[in-house]
Write a protein that binds this ligand. Structure first.
Ligand code: 26M
Length: 804
């Protein structure tokens, strides 16, 4: 079907006519997308079946990655790339007058995630398959992914996302593998024939979990792994007093992805989602295991279960329930198996983001699971008491249940054999500070796994021009061994290469400029520096620092006509949680500043501000290749890792950033001359109290650049914004600027001046760009996944010969 162009065209045309019943000329791009998608899925299915057969029969250990989020983006382009059928498809379609790029753009993003955590899970799936590792994803098939964002009068407006509306090409429903998940009801104890104390869950309300499988195609290999997403449907209940209510409440469970918010609403529903994912996934994992192995005590040698943050942490009491109630193992043995089987990744140190569930919600919803959590807690507290007699405070701080709350991170730390952070600095902070209590007891459990990104999507797929240039220079082995990108460093003084690199970046800038014009009707200067901050909107990520710097540049240009920096285009993309009031105000502020500076003829040759609405994976793929400056300006110690920083680097942008998260490791790899570091260190941030405290008002009073910009938030400088930015003003001055925006302002301005100066030497800039690309191989998620596989999961590749 995909062996040569003519064969492909013939198959495509005949399928098109057969499946939509129109002549080729009458078919829509949507029709064409669906037909091509179905052809590719059919093509994949042989290897998918084969891979599954191998996994069913092999003794090799399997890993299951449980995640409440998988932020896949579009699937078709990635499959075409990994299958190596790009040329045939592209040329075949071209003969028919169809552009593959246009056709791919008919696919809605699979946006079953908020940001970094969900996108990491998606990159991991790609790496697992590409490395021939037996890795399975387990998630929820939300009917609505992350909301669509529209900007109306500068304000974020949310619309429901509808990725399933036109039918999903990539998923396969497997009704026969459905699993019942019980909620509510009560637990009864009884004595069995052998006189053992047993438990049974009575009067529960069941929900049916129906799996939808998505194939995950590895790069140039026969391995096709599976991402299994569970859909919530009414179970076959014999009678229900209010069947409509039951149906509605059931379907709610896989209706919406929860936006990362601090709001209280929907707590029960979210806990239901978590148990739904865990119960269905563990049931299906254990079913596969039992088909191969009769002795349950062998579980840790056959199965590894990974929990992505604490959202699936109920896997711990759920596995205990299976081992105790179904397998009838004694507690100690069940506990050993559980701890040996499960591992956990922590993604944040922000205490407000650590999950806690009120007992009054938890206990009635999951009565048997709660009993088990209680016993885990009691046994753990007893051990603590033996180790730290009399230290009540310490024990209270470390307990899994305290103050009528279940602390999910504590459960994860106690119930798994491995806890990892997502960048070196983050792991150190966990060990030395946030989780130091637990580190003292379980030092061998803590380890670091610096995040990574799939270079296939984020370089080979999204930046074909750069991919071509790299391959012309160093060959194509780097595609399967990204550290070989290092060889590019030989070209950093090669004038011809640097010129080519500049040309590639320019072409990518042209494309992004077209997108900007199309979406925002803003004409940007192609010789301006494309300076980009794209990520979720959060106070700690400090989009505000970026904005205050823009306001300062504008003010200074207005005041001093001789001050004209190198032209810059500041590009933003960010979604704010619907309930996060402050974040929404920052979006409004960015758009307000954009309106002002873009329309000022005296300055707008030098300064443009662009807010691209609805930032998502597919838009990101257009942005990174065109970026020149990467803004990674979080308050040091607050960003666990970041992964956008790696995508920019891999596409040749230079970072301006704090010594936070993985920026630290980027700095170590490119060296101080090829990155722009500023601001407080994490140590300074964490010790600021000991170092005399911080008084933001002093910075406001003493620095007139700050004074002016901060006043402009509230003094009518922006027309018709009366009172609108008071919360931002207050966060800086009344709440003492928790994220040290004003404290880092001067350092940021000076470093931005260095950026401007460096850009004047275009050759030197390009040279730094090469050094960034050349050292980005370490940040391939293939390296990350290899480390997880070797150090935590102990899984090995299941070999399959390369297709071609
Ligand atoms: C919490 C409560 C209710 C609803 C949702 C949430 C929630 C969902 C997602 C909280 C946090 C969530 O994600 C956190 C996250 O994305 N963390 C990021 O993980 C990346 C991958 O490791 C890191 O690179 C980022 O630094 C980190 O912020």
């Amino acid at each position: 079907m995909f062996d040569n162009k003519e064969q492909f065209k013939k198959a495509f045309l005949s399928k098109l006519e057969m499946s939509v019943g129109k002549s080729f000329e009458e078919t829509s791009p949507q029709d064409q997308y669906h037909v091509l998608g179905n052809m590719i899925r059919e093509y994949i299915s042989t290897n998918w079946i084969k891979t599954n057969q191998v996994y069913h029969s092999t003794e090799a250990k399997q890993v299951y990655y449980l995640s409440i989020e998988f932020l896949l983006g579009r699937i078709m382009g990635s499959n075409i790339l990994n299958l190596g059928i790009g040329d045939v498809v592209e040329e075949g379609l071209r003969d028919l007058g169809i552009s593959l790029d246009d056709l791919e753009s008919n696919e809605p993003d699979s946006a079953l995630g908020n940001g970094g955590l969900g996108r990491l899970a998606a990159c991991f799936m790609d790496s697992l398959a590409s490395l021939d590792l037996p890795g399975h994803g387990c998630g929820i098939r939300y009917k609505h992914g992350l909301f669509e964002q529209k900007i109306v009068n500068g304000v974020q407006v949310e619309y429901p996302e509808l990725w399933l509306q036109n039918g999903q090409v990539w998923e396969v429903r497997k009704s026969d593998l459905s699993v019942e998940v019980p909620f509510w009801g009560k637990v009864e104890s009884f004595e069995d024939e052998q006189g053992r104390l047993r438990f049974r869950h009575r009067d529960a309300e069941p929900i049916m979990a129906v799996p939808y499988d998505i194939p995950v195609v590895g790069y140039q290999t026969e391995t096709v792994n599976t991402l299994r997403l569970w859909n919530a449907e009414p179970a076959n209940v014999p009678f229900h007093d209010d069947i409509m209510r039951y149906k509605r409440e059931t379907e709610m469970v896989s209706e919406f992805l929860y936006p990362d918010d601090a709001e209280d609403s929907g707590k029960i529903l979210r806990l239901k989602q978590q148990y739904f994912l865990v119960r269905a996934s563990l049931n299906s994992i254990l079913n596969s295991f039992r088909k191969k192995q009769k002795d349950i005590r062998e579980l840790p040698n056959y199965v590894s279960i990974h929990i992505n943050d604490t959202h699936p942490v109920l896997a711990i009491p759920e596995l205990m329930r299976i081992l105790l109630d179904e397998e009838m193992l004694p507690w100690e043995e069940a506990w050993d198996i559980t701890v040996q089987t499960i591992s956990y990744t922590n993604h944040t140190t922000l205490s407000e983001a650590l999950e806690k569930w009120p007992v009054r919600l938890f206990q009635p919803l999951l009565p048997r699971i709660y009993m088990i959590v209680e016993e885990i807690n009691e046994r753990f507290c007893k051990e603590l008491w033996e180790r730290y007699p009399g230290q009540w405070q310490r024990i209270e701080d470390m307990a899994i249940i305290a103050h009528d709350q279940v602390k999910m991170a504590h459960l994860a730390l106690v119930g798994t054999h491995s806890t990892n952070g997502v960048a070196y600095l983050h792991t150190e902070i966990l060990k030395k500070r946030e989780m130091n209590n637990f580190y003292e007891i379980f030092p061998e459990r803590f380890n670091n796994k610096t995040n990574g990104i799939t270079h296939r999507r984020w370089l080979m797929k999204s930046n074909p021009a750069l991919t071509g240039l790299i391959t012309e220079s160093i060959g194509d082995k780097w595609k399967v061994e990204p550290p070989l990108l290092k060889e590019l460093e030989h070209y950093k003084d090669d004038a011809a290469f640097l010129e080519q690199l500049e040309k590639v970046k320019h072409e990518n800038k042209v494309k992004l400029a077209e997108r900007i014009f199309q979406q925002n009707q803003i004409k940007v200067n192609l010789d301006s520096i494309f300076d980009v901050q794209v990520k979720r909107l959060h106070a700690y990520k400090r989009q505000l620092l970026n904005v205050l710097h823009i306001m300062y540049l504008y003010n200074r240009m207005k005041e001093d006509p001789s001050f004209r920096p190198h032209p810059r285009t500041f590009i933003f993309g960010a979604k704010a949680s619907p309930g996060y009031y402050y974040a929404k105000k920052i979006i409004k502020l960015i758009n307000t500043v954009a309106e002002k500076v873009n329309n000022d003829k005296t300055t707008n040759d030098y300064l443009k501000v662009v807010f691209l609405e609805n930032y998502r994976v597919s838009l990101a793929e257009e942005i990174f290749p065109a970026a020149e400056v990467s803004e990674q300006i979080s308050t040091a110690s607050k960003e666990a890792s970041g992964t956008g920083n790696m995508k920019f680097m891999m596409n040749g942008a230079l970072t301006i950033g704090t010594m936070d998260g993985a920026n630290v490791e980027i700095f170590e790899r490119v060296g101080k001359d090829n990155i722009f570091i500023f601001g407080m260190t994490s140590e300074e941030v964490m010790n600021y109290q000991a170092n005399g405290g911080y008084h933001s008002s002093e910075y406001y009073m003493l620095d007139r650049r700050i004074h002016e910009a901060v006043n402009q938030l509230v003094n009518g400088f922006f027309p018709n914004t009366n009172g609108m930015f008071d919360v931002i003003y207050d966060s800086l001055l009344i709440e003492n600027d928790q994220y040290f925006v004003l404290r880092d302002f001067d350092s940021y301005v000076k470093t931005q001046e260095k950026v401007s100066n460096a850009y004047q030497d275009k050759k030197g800039w390009n040279k730094s760009s090469v050094v960034n690309i050349a050292n980005s191989g370490f940040f391939s998620s293939d390296r990350t996944i290899t480390e997880y596989a070797n150090d935590i999961w102990h899984v090995k590749p299941v070999n399959s010969p390369i297709i071609k």
